[in-house]
Design a binder for this molecule. Structure first.
Ligand code: ADP
Length: 373
């Protein structure tokens, strides 16, 4: 059992640098939670406070219901895997993995059993006599994970563990860490700036920005119900399109007027948009939700645009286009033969549209801050 709770956790570094503000996050037993956000948003600081490597300036950190703010790292029963692996260069793989157990005075036979078992799980049994410099990046990464596994900790922490690997290996290690989580049934917290890693690995994602938690939820909840423009734009690739449009009322019908075209919102969104009549909103639509309209028209209206760049990816095309004033990108099937300069019409799936307040950037559609709270 290991539940980790952050209650109004804050961090102010020397010189009055605020890195984290009022973070309220619950990591349930056996959960795989990913902290994601751009560089400098406070992810590592938050993780390091959980590990005990940074003092907690404000709030309470609980592990299994006990406040551990002042418990030293070695007594928190937590193991951390670092981005640079932090292996001892003069020690063999075996000794690197055994080291943490030796200093805890675990009997030799027990250490041997644990190291060999971890090596077996990670498929590095043949490397036990090598030194770190005789290993590839991926192998070093496995050793760093192995060193955490042998300790059989309550909680595993990962700080951007894959960022030094090439793209292909990263994808492979991603799958291995997910498998490891399923196998060990351990509580894991994983920090990354890569939204694809967050989406593919997390049971739950915590999106951070400027030291503040923006939203917490399952990958699909965040994808479909982003709380603000930042989360909407950060999760998903290519990112969600945002078109500024004015909400108007025409013959009793609420419509969106972009200037170059008009769209009829989905029935379930009309009441929420009504208070914005006469004002501009940010109309958010994902690239996969704007299929091309072959006939140039659609019941809810079309987005008229001009193709600017065509990126064929084999399985699909990323089509960059521009309305008279605003850029957008569409994901369309590979058979389309568009070229730069072509006139095009997209028929947005209006039920999938998101709307954001232009001033606060918050979702106009109702959304939960913490999906599971
Ligand atoms: P992330 O992991 O999301 O990239 P960090 O947690 O490393 O972000 O940093 C958050 C903020 O705290 C940044 O503005 C960073 O410059 C600042 N920061 C990090 N470590 C220190 C430190 N030791 N002293 C002062 N400021 C720091």
């Amino acid at each position: 059992m290991a539940k980790v709770e952050l209650k109004k956790i804050g961090k102010v570094y020397e010189g009055n640098v605020r890195a984290v503000e009022e973070a309220n996050i619950t990591i349930n037993d056996k959960e795989f939670v990913v902290f994601v956000g751009p560089s400098g948003c406070g992810k590592s600081t938050t993780l390091r406070m959980v590990a005990g490597l940074e003092d907690i300036s404000e709030g309470e950190l609980l592990i299994d219901g006990k406040i551990v703010n002042d418990v030293p790292p070695k007594d928190r029963d937590i193991a951390m895997v670092f981005q640079n692996y932090a292996l001892y260069p003069h020690m063999t793989v075996y000794d690197n993995m055994a080291f943490g157990l030796k200093i805890r005075k675990i009997p030799k036979a027990e250490i041997d059993t644990r190291v060999r078992e971890a090596a077996r799980i990670l498929d590095i049994e043949k490397l036990l006599d090598r030194r770190p410099k005789q290993l590839s990046g991926g192998q070093r990464q496995r050793v760093a994970v192995g060193r955490a596994i042998v300790r059989n900790p309550k909680v595993f922490l990962f700080d951007e563990p894959l960022s030094n690997l090439d793209a292909k290996l990263r994808v492979q290690m991603r799958a291995e860490i997910i498998e490891l989580h399923d196998r060990l049934q351990a509580t894991m917290i994983y920090v990354t700036h890569d939204q694809v890693e967050a989406m593919t690995m997390g049971d739950k994602i915590v999106v951070m920005r400027d030291g503040k938690v923006q939203q917490i939820g399952s990958p699909l909840y965040l994808y479909n119900h982003p709380i603000n423009k930042f989360v909407a734009g950060f999760i998903g690739s290519p990112p969600m399109n945002f078109l500024t449009a004015k909400v108007i009322e025409e013959g009793g019908q609420v419509m969106l007027d972009e200037g170059g075209f008009k769209l009829k919102p989905a029935a379930e969104h009309l009441a929420l948009l009504k208070p914005y009549v006469g004002k501009e909103v940010s109309f958010g639509i994902r690239p996969e939700d704007i299929p091309v309209s072959e006939g140039g028209s659609a019941p809810n209206g079309v987005i008229k645009a001009k193709v600017t760049v065509v990126e064929p990816l084999g399985a699909e095309i990323h089509l960059y286009a521009s309305t008279s004033t605003q850029p957008l990108v569409a994901k369309i099937p590979p058979h389309h033969l568009y070229k730069s300069g072509d006139a095009i019409a997209f028929a947005p799936v209006m039920e999938k549209a998101r709307y954001f307040d232009r001033e606060t950037e918050l979702s106009i559609l109702p959304v939960k801050f913490d999906e599971q709270a």
